[in-house]
Design a protein around this ligand. Structure first.
Ligand SMILES: [Ca+2]
Ligand SMILES: [Ca+2]
Length: 730
């Protein structure tokens, strides 16, 4: 309890009063401010108007950070702040005003070695992401003010002292981090030792103290081996490639189960079109899925529902008859499993359909129903229609929100994973609108799912930061829309196209989670909720391909939205949900060829699945980005030229901290072109065609050192001289 209070005090000390002010040119009835701090809710923060209705002000307590916002005039007109210091593109073509809230303690500039440390910025918690256990190492991190402290070490009682490395940050906070080997058998007692030029200071749970004031190994954090529970995520995910199927639109394998209002497969879509896709259709394309090399399928909802997208569930224990039967589905999942493909289902637990039996019972019996506690009714009888008299998702009358304070509702929903994991061997759940459901329900859900199958995967739908749910008690992963945002910013014509933006955002997202969670991310470049990648690239195939290359080489499990692998186009919903164009899924399809290569390359190379990311180059002038994926003594190297002209780059790998020397002095093969790069002692010369990439894979047994062992030294000299005389690849 005390620890919790201390943490709260620390976090609250960050809250800063900020006044949003808007000067109107004509009298307004009301003005609100909506932004990233209130979920873009246009009604949440009403501004206070002056008597003449011209000047509007709202004070908000915000934690230090960067926020985007707009003003909403008279409840309907969204405008930028005319006095904003900066307006920023959100990557989807929308521009918002941005405000940076600096902590109040930042008035004096930070300087390294001046003896002054901004204590309000110092933060360490004995939980993710400040403390994490992964692959035999304990990672300890400290948050500080940027450019403030000359050196930081962590002293581990009885073990030693380790220097922390700067692992990145933002305008306000820098993160320093170190890996300490830990066998999880002994307790770990540690504290941070800060040197800023006026004697060593100790930072621990009691705050910052001069080291002289410290008795013994006091003011230390303790991790008890016996009670420590590492955040373990299913290991198979990082080794997987996911294929995302929208059931009504993938393939119609059984015309006999089509709904009466079914449309032609290639017809223009509305928000209520049925095309008749079904389980038989997936079954009939099993060899296609297997041929792609994917290892998991994520299905959008498959349960009985009154709507084609099935995000309104009428029966959680029944496959929609338009798709097939429970037994057909169970046969499919087992056939998939036979082909090495796991099944992930879409769980819509936030709300139900109004035809779901418990809700329908309340509609019929009103206050007398035994199901009234399953939802939040404001009055009876139930009124389904505009402004319903019950809590509903976004106030949509067709989506009444489940009340998880009801033990009966909770019990029923917890039975759902049990049924499908047992019946059909389902191995993962994607949770719809997951950030809106009571976290207590997710904790119970996790316990249930993992008790049935400790390797089952739980991935939440969150479009932004997923850290609140990714500390080990709720989910394993999120749909990584932040990854998509970074990629779009790089490849689309409306994005900045800057390698430094791409790498900065990718690393920021990577660092915000525990490494095992980042490797477990569901990395997508499109979904049923977004326009397709090729359309966002305005039909420019080379740019869409670069997005795919990033998806398959960055940290996290790639998730292919059906049809992206054959270059399908589609603007936002409903156009992004077209029927799969099977006629174009041919060997001559250039996207299909690339995707198959990328899937194979990823499947065959462990560093691409499990390696740590290491930025190598972000050259904004050349528009070239390069990074490595380092695993043990191996490093795969990816370089991408976003520019319209060829670029030459030199990667001086020897100077990069974090790449083992043995991973540099090897022969590399570009997995995309097959071109071989002979071993070099330090610098890799690359000539990159316009809008192209190389994915360099070390050839096993090709290192200079292993050659040295086997051959006379002159061979090594020859290899070296070849490397130094090596002409740029054409
Ligand atoms: Ca300082
Ligand atoms: Ca059908």
């Amino acid at each position: 309890m005390m620890i919790v209070c201390a943490v709260l005090a620390l976090l609250q000390s960050d809250a800063i009063d900020h006044a949003f002010v808007y000067h109107a040119s004509e009298r307004l009835q009301r003005v609100n401010v909506a932004g990233s701090f209130n979920g873009w809710n246009k009604d949440a923060d009403a501004m206070e108007g002056s008597g003449d209705g011209l000047t509007w002000t709202k004070h908000l307590k915000l934690r230090a950070g960067s926020y985007t916002y707009k003003f909403v005039l008279n409840g309907e007109t969204w405008i930028l702040d005319p006095k904003a210091s900066r307006n920023v593109d959100d990557g989807n073509g929308n521009t918002n005003s941005q405000v940076l809230i600096a902590p109040s303690t930042y008035v004096k500039p930070a300087v390294k070695g001046d003896g002054e440390i901004t204590t309000s910025a110092l933060l360490h918690l004995t939980e993710v992401p400040f403390l994490n256990y992964d692959r035999g190492k304990l990672t300890l991190s400290l948050r500080t003010r940027p450019n403030d402290i000359a050196s930081i070490k962590v002293a581990v009682d009885g073990v030693g002292t380790y220097p922390l490395a700067d692992v990145g940050g933002d305008e306000f906070y820098e993160r320093y981090s170190v890996n300490v080997p830990w066998d999880r058998k002994r307790d770990v007692r540690y504290r941070f030792v800060l040197d800023d030029g006026k004697g060593l200071m100790v930072f621990g749970p009691n705050g910052l103290e001069p080291i002289a004031a410290d008795k013994g190994f006091g003011n230390s954090y303790v991790v008890k081996a016996a009670s420590f529970h590492p955040f373990v995520v299913p290991d198979w995910v990082e080794h997987s490639v996911i294929y995302h199927i929208f059931p009504d639109r993938f393939a119609n394998g059984d015309k006999s189960n089509d709904p009466p209002n079914v449309q032609a497969w290639d017809s223009k879509l509305t928000y209520s079109s049925y095309l008749g896709g079904d389980i038989a259709g997936v079954e009939q394309h099993l060899s296609y899925l297997k041929g792609l090399g994917i290892s998991a399928v994520f299905f959008n909802p498959v349960f009985d529902s009154p709507v084609y997208h099935r995000y309104e569930t009428a029966d959680y224990l029944r496959i929609d008859p338009i798709l097939g039967t429970n037994d057909e589905f169970s046969k499919l999942t087992h056939d998939l499993k036979q082909a090495g493909i796991r099944t992930i289902l879409d769980g819509v637990f936030n709300h139900t359909a109004t035809t779901f039996a418990p809700f329908a019972d309340v509609v019929k019996n009103g206050a007398e129903s035994k199901y009234t506690s399953w939802y939040t009714f404001k009055s009876f009888p139930v009124r389904i229609g505009e402004n319903p008299n019950y809590v509903a998702w976004f106030n949509y009358p067709s989506m009444p929100k489940v009340n998880y304070n009801s033990p009966d509702a909770r019990q029923y929903m917890l039975n759902v994973p049990e049924y499908w994991q047992t019946k059909a061997g389902v191995e993962g759940w994607r949770l719809d609108a997951a950030n809106e459901v009571d976290p207590d329900f997710w904790r119970a859900f996790r316990t249930k799912v993992k008790t049935l199958d400790k390797d089952a995967w739980i991935v939440g739908e969150v479009w932004g930061d997923g850290t609140p749910w990714l500390k080990g008690d709720q989910w394993d992963s999120v749909m990584n829309y932040q990854f998509r945002q970074a990629v779009l910013g790089f490849v689309t014509k409306t994005g900045s196209g800057k390698p430094s933006d791409l790498m900065g955002q990718l690393m920021r997202v990577y660092n915000s989670y525990a490494p095992q969670v980042s490797r477990n991310m569901m990395n997508l470049i499109g979904s049923h909720d977004t326009a397709r990648i090729l359309t966002l690239c305005e039909g420019d195939k080379s740019l869409a391909k670069l997005a795919a290359i990033l998806q398959f080489t960055w940290v996290g499990a790639p998730s292919i939205y059906y049809g992206d692998e054959i270059g399908m186009e589609g603007a936002k919903d409903p156009d992004n949900r077209r029927g799969m164009t099977w006629s174009t899924a041919t060997p001559s399809n250039e996207f299909l060829a690339l995707y198959k290569t990328l899937i194979r390359v990823r499947n065959e190379n462990l560093p691409l699945q499990s390696g740590d990311p290491l930025p190598l180059l972000s050259d904004d002038a050349k528009k070239v980005v390069a990074f490595a994926r380092v695993l043990d003594d191996k490093a795969d190297i990816v370089a991408i030229n976003r520019d319209d002209v060829p670029e030459n780059i030199d990667l001086n790998l020897k100077t990069v901290v974090g790449i083992p020397q043995s991973a540099i002095t090897v022969e590399f093969t570009d997995a995309l072109s097959g071109k071989v790069y002979p071993p070099t002692q330090s610098t890799l010369h690359l000539r990159l065609a316009p809008r192209s990439a190389v994915v360099l894979i070390p050839r096993s047994g090709s290192s200079l050192h292993s050659r040295h062992d086997m051959r006379p030294s002159s061979s090594v000299d020859l290899a070296l001289s070849k490397a130094s005389a090596h002409k740029e690849p054409q």
